[in-house]
Design a protein around this ligand. Structure first.
Ligand code: AMP
Length: 262
């Protein structure tokens, strides 16, 4: 497994693979890898014969008062997981920005609402870094998790609008035994907070099973049930494109989830 830090080196490797007719499948992450990321890597292995994993905590997608500094960083463990999943190259740059960067990429439709309404500039940071990563890694296929449903909508639109010759795959959400969607941020939860957090998947599952309700009624039901949970505050519950996206806070930790209600 190659471990590459320099963008130019990664790009040269990608070009060599492309010239040899290899199909590159790419999984971008911020590290602190878990079984959710591993499932994306397995999907990548299925779709390409060269799997590239990027690990980069992208500063431009964090707001001023967000957790950029304390975001978990555990490269050694991440490399072990990557090796186990037979990744061909891990791209782990120290920075993808210049001191005087003046080019940014912005999607202006799906970036509105949901997390976009609360995390100002977040999706501009995401599209900018993913655009850089696409140019460096030159993938044929890119795999993103449906847990970040809005991010999938935004990236899919960017791929189309900017004519990236990339197939995007939305991978299903991997959950723990209590239904909580795996997330690098779950590490922040105390055991008491964890007990509160698992009400989120419970309520989503319950609501998605209610037949005969309109999407609007299911959204309202989820909102009402979440508001009953002590210690949990609701940021939003929104129906978009056949699914409901939810963001809540438990203590200092922000959790997001998604259910399809098609
Ligand atoms: P992150 O490192 O949190 O930025 O996530 C990197 C990629 O992994 C994104 O496409 C996420 O949507 C995806 N991902 C994170 N958690 C999960 C999960 N529990 N199940 C499936 N995909 C996930």
């Amino acid at each position: 497994m190659k471990i590459i830090q320099e963008a130019e080196k990664m790009q040269r490797q990608a070009i060599r693979w492309r010239m040899a007719g290899e199909k590159i499948a790419f999984v971008p992450t911020m590290g602190a890898l878990h079984e959710g990321h591993a499932s994306l890597l397995r999907q990548a292995r299925h779709m390409g014969n060269r799997v590239v994993l990027s690990i980069y905590v992208n500063p431009t997608q964090f707001g001023k008062n967000e957790d950029f500094k304390k975001y978990p960083r555990q490269l050694k463990q991440d490399l072990a997981l990557a090796k186990k999943e037979k990744v061909d190259a891990v791209f782990a740059p120290t920075s993808l920005y210049f001191k005087d960067d003046s080019t940014f990429v912005e999607e202006t439709f799906y970036s509105k609402g949901r997390c976009g309404a609360i995390r100002e500039g977040h999706f501009r940071g995401v599209t900018t870094v993913v655009c850089k990563l696409f140019h460096i890694v030159q993938p044929h296929v890119a795999i993103f998790g449906q847990k970040d449903a809005q991010q999938c909508d935004v990236i899919e639109q960017m791929i189309r609008d900017l004519y990236f010759p990339i197939q995007m795959v939305r991978a299903p959400i991997i959950r723990d035994s209590n239904g909580l969607a795996l997330s690098s941020r779950n590490k922040y939860l105390t055991s008491e907070e964890y007990e509160i957090a698992i009400h989120l998947p419970r309520i989503l599952k319950l609501a998605s099973k209610r037949t005969g309700l309109s999407p609007r009624q299911i959204t309202q039901l989820i909102q009402k049930e979440l508001q009953k949970v002590n210690g949990l505050s609701v940021e939003y519950v929104e129906y978009v494109r056949g699914g409901i996206s939810v963001a809540v806070r438990v203590g200092e930790t922000r959790l997001i989830d998604y259910i399809s209600i098609k």
